[in-house]
Write a protein that binds this ligand. Structure first.
Ligand code: AMP
Length: 435
């Protein structure tokens, strides 16, 4: 069979079985996705986070402001379009949408701190490569309305708890403080002063950043630029005592929780609404795209989105595809495909009619029941039961109908037993006891 259509480059299908895509990357099976999503949900439940689901389509202006005009995302990577004078964008991330929703629905009026989590697809027109897609999936949290270091520490703890629940180790948490935007401005001026005499030595990208977004030069992967930066002023020397106290408390709380971290003075975010704590989680199995998740405080974002009042907030976003890469590298346990509890093989029209009715009854009793929809031979049906890894096959023909008992075959041992129709549910749910 064939089709002339292919999925869009940078997107992928999630199938019942895992497979390797054109770029040589393993795409996990849908059961693995469900397992990871269920684990995320369970960790969120235990940490008392509530789910929020926002639309995939958002106003372009929300993303332009919320993610920042100067970012690569807004300048180059948005899937944006116009329709009847309205500007739409496929969301490239979920923090700005969550804050929009929080403000629009006055979620602060529910009282207390809002602890929200999300899981869903995001879209960025990036050059696809291993761990970098055009449609990818993020899960994350936003803690809205809390300015205390406890909220920062809890945010990081939730991220680490998800990784732990999935069986990931070897993680590296990089941590820094950005202080307040006002102090950061002073630092940026000092950094520009330091770098200006060396402008000739900088790459074209860094020269551009020196004008537009100097903090991002600190991210450089160019070796001689990294060497140059070793003697550059550091942000932490510009951070206020209040911010330092906040940062110290975050570190103390993380220490209390047993969360290990590396302080990295070069870990920064370019945008003004980011404040105080910032962090990134890396896994060695990810190669070039080493970031599994990133996050931090963004106390000024709500105002950027038009709120009259500030909403202190902290959160993280993690990439599901990267998580799978890390799980593969760590060879972490994941469930295989969901298999039927029983496969019913029917011989003859009457048996098939019975099979159809009985499958419905057994399913109503909670069992996962497979059967043939094609009226094929017994041999073909048993082959199918094997392929689907059903632990039991139930064989129904004229004799069984007459006796009112099914022949139930345990596939592994090949042992067969006659089970009265009335006892089927009990037998199949607890075969050892009823045998
Ligand atoms: P960001 O919103 O850029 O901080 O991204 C948060 C996380 O989302 C990253 O750490 C990655 O794990 C993931 N991520 C971002 N962009 C992509 C992409 N194009 N493809 C796959 N994962 C991504």
């Amino acid at each position: 069979m064939s089709t002339s259509f292919q999925n869009i480059k940078g997107t992928f299908d999630i199938l019942p079985d895992a497979y390797t895509d054109d770029g040589g990357t393993r795409v996990a099976a849908s059961a693995e996705w469900r397992h990871v999503e269920a684990t995320v949900r369970d960790v969120m439940r235990r940490h008392n986070f509530e789910e929020i689901r926002t639309p995939v389509l958002e106003p372009t202006e929300l993303v332009a402001r919320g993610v920042g005009e100067s970012t690569d995302i807004v300048q180059k990577e948005m899937f944006a379009f116009e329709r009847s004078d309205t500007q739409y964008v496929l969301r490239p991330e979920i923090t700005a949408p969550v804050v929009r929703s929080f403000l629009q629905h006055h979620l602060d009026q529910r009282g207390g701190v809002q602890k929200l989590f999300y899981i869903g697809p995001c879209f960025r027109a990036e050059q696809p490569q291993k761990g970098r897609y055009r449609q990818f999936h993020q899960f994350g949290i936003e803690v809205l309305g809390a300015d205390q270091p406890r909220a920062d520490a809890e945010t990081i703890a939730v991220l680490m708890a998800v990784c732990e629940a999935l069986g990931l180790s070897d993680l590296r948490l990089r941590l820094n403080t950005l202080g307040t935007p006002e102090r950061r401005e002073e630092y940026v001026a000092a950094l520009q002063d330091y770098l200006a005499p060396h402008a000739d030595e900088l790459s074209e990208t860094s020269r551009r950043r020196l004008e537009q977004n100097p903090l991002r030069i600190l991210d450089t992967k160019v070796e001689h630029e990294q060497a140059l930066l070793r003697d550059a002023p550091t942000l932490i020397d510009f951070v206020s005592d209040e911010s330092l106290a906040h940062y110290d408390e975050v570190k103390r709380l993380l220490g209390d929780l047993g969360v290990e971290y590396d302080e990295d003075p070069h870990l920064v975010r370019g945008l003004d609404y980011y404040t105080e704590t910032t962090f990134e989680l890396e896994h060695p199995g990810l190669g070039a795209q080493s970031a599994l998740a990133g996050g931090g405080r963004y106390d000024r974002l709500a105002e950027v989105l038009g709120s009259d009042d500030p909403v202190p907030a902290v959160g993280f976003a993690a990439g599901m595809e990267r998580l799978f890469l890390a799980l593969d590298a760590a060879e972490a346990d994941r469930p295989g495909a969901d298999t039927p509890d029983v496969f019913i093989a029917a011989l003859g029209d009457e048996a098939e009619a019975w099979c159809f009715r009985t499958a419905q009854e057994l399913r109503a009793g909670g069992l996962h029941v497979a059967h043939d929809l094609m009226g094929r031979s017994l041999k073909a049906q048993m082959k199918e039961a094997n392929r689907q890894n059903a632990p039991y096959a139930m064989i129904i023909g004229g004799n069984e109908l007459e006796a009112g008992a099914a022949t139930v075959k345990e596939m592994e041992s090949g042992e067969q037993e006659d089970v009265p129709f009335d006892d089927l549910v009990e037998y199949l749910t607890s075969p050892a006891e009823s045998a």
